[in-house]
Design a protein around this ligand. Structure first.
Ligand SMILES: *Cc1c(COP(=O)(O)O)cnc(C)c1O
Length: 390
């Protein structure tokens, strides 16, 4: 596992973004977490155990699949898909969950809490808690429990307790607030397993660290297959964990374009302003009063008014580009990939696919695009069925 890739500054600041803006008692918990993470990320036994579970339980390495038919159909750049959809539990989130739960075990935690939006992080966390025999409490916005009812049942099957949060708008943001208050109250025996590259330091750096396995593999794989680096890496960005993991090992390769794709309905980096949300500073969508603004993407996993601090920095520094794709375009890409490649992508990932198709058209056959296929679309099939029929 490599460390020190990318642009992190001291104490979790990426330019003006990141840091930690939290009450003193919570800061103490974060300080211990930082210390333990810094220690164990370089610990040989920890690294070996992390890789053991990635291989034997998650099923890594996952392939970098050449999308032959899609490439032919578009007739531009070659498109490769990094197959996070093939991981156990069907998305990239498990990479981070395995890393954090191994850390939680070493810190002596008995109780794991987590927030979830679409349910994917909740399912990944409940899965790992079941395997590592830990108590598991998942906070989920009430509206999201309704949108993703099957995932709630899945978590319950796995032995987790799902707490429906009806404060605020009953969305991901409110679930994070609930999880943070639980942590402040119960930090002595509780580990907050955060699901994206957001939150107070050290979470964004820790989540990036565990997700950077994506680009560690894809870089090796593309060099084996093509003998050169890709022209562009494209990933969807909600909180930004799959994107930062997909970018990590390319950040220092300046000729590689890094492209993050947001839903037009939650264009955090395109329209956001610097603000503090959930204990860290990032570009954030705010309303007239300066409060985080509700978002309404068709994919629950991209519905977050903030984004990871490193993405905020990559955006203002110009190292990465961020674009938007509408729900309608994502829905179209969902169907195109299913028909051409026999791969049903998550609606979140469909945003990245949609933009990659546009970009491929502008580029030449010598160019290579790696799209991070962050998850599989089985969870979205019913929703898509309804949207297409209506
Ligand atoms: C949760 C999720 C996302 C968005 O989260 P990030 O932290 O931005 O990666 C994207 N794709 C899938 C499949 C997800 O489950």
């Amino acid at each position: 596992m490599s460390t020190n890739i990318g642009v992190e500054k001291k104490n979790g600041f990426f330019g003006e973004f990141g840091g930690s803006y939290i009450p003193e008692d919570l800061q103490k918990v974060m300080d211990i977490l930082e210390e333990k993470f810094e220690y164990y990320k370089n610990d040989k036994e920890f690294i070996e155990e992390y890789h053991y579970y990635l291989k034997e339980y998650v099923g890594r390495d996952n392939p970098l699949t050449f999308a032959k038919n899609l490439t032919k159909k578009i007739d531009g750049a070659k498109i490769y898909l990094k197959r996070e959809d093939l991981n156990h539990t069907g998305a990239h989130k498990i990479n981070n969950v395995i890393g954090q739960i191994l850390l939680a075990k070493r810190m002596g935690a008995k109780r794991i809490i987590a927030e979830t939006g679409a349910g994917q992080h909740g399912v990944a966390t409940a899965t790992a808690c079941s395997m590592f025999d830990m108590e598991c409490i998942i906070y989920m916005g009430k509206l999201d429990t309704e949108r993703q009812a099957l995932n709630v049942f899945r978590m319950e099957l796995l032995g987790a307790k799902v707490v429906s949060v009806d404060k605020g708008q009953g969305r991901l943001k409110d679930a994070v607030d609930a999880a943070l208050s639980d942590l402040v109250e119960n930090y002595k025996n509780t580990f907050y397993l955060l699901g994206s590259a957001v939150g107070p330091h050290p979470f964004p750096s820790m989540v990036k660290h565990f997700q950077s396995i994506i680009s560690e593999e894809s870089k090796r794989q593309i060099l084996e297959k093509e003998g050169k680096l890709p022209t562009a890496v494209v990933a969807c960005a909600g909180g930004g964990s799959n994107a930062i993991g997909a970018f990590a090992h390319y950040i220092d390769e300046e000729e590689v374009r890094l492209v993050g794709v947001e839903p037009s309905e939650a264009p955090t980096l395109t329209e956001g302003v610097p603000a503090i949300i959930h204990g860290f500073k990032c570009l954030t969508l705010v309303d007239d009063e300066g409060n985080p603004k509700p978002t309404y993407s068709i994919s629950a996993g991209l519905d977050y008014p903030g984004i990871g601090p490193e993405h905020s920095y990559l955006k203002v520094s110009g190292r990465a580009e961020y674009v938007t794709v509408s729900g309608e375009e994502a829905l179209e890409a969902f169907q195109v990939l299913s028909k051409t490649e026999g791969i049903i992508p998550a609606l979140e990932s469909s945003h990245a696919i949609s933009h990659a198709m546009k970009l491929a058209k502008e580029l030449s056959p010598d160019d290579i695009i790696i799209v991070n296929l962050s998850g599989r679309g089985d969870k979205d099939v019913e929703q898509v069925f309804k949207m297409i029929k209506e």
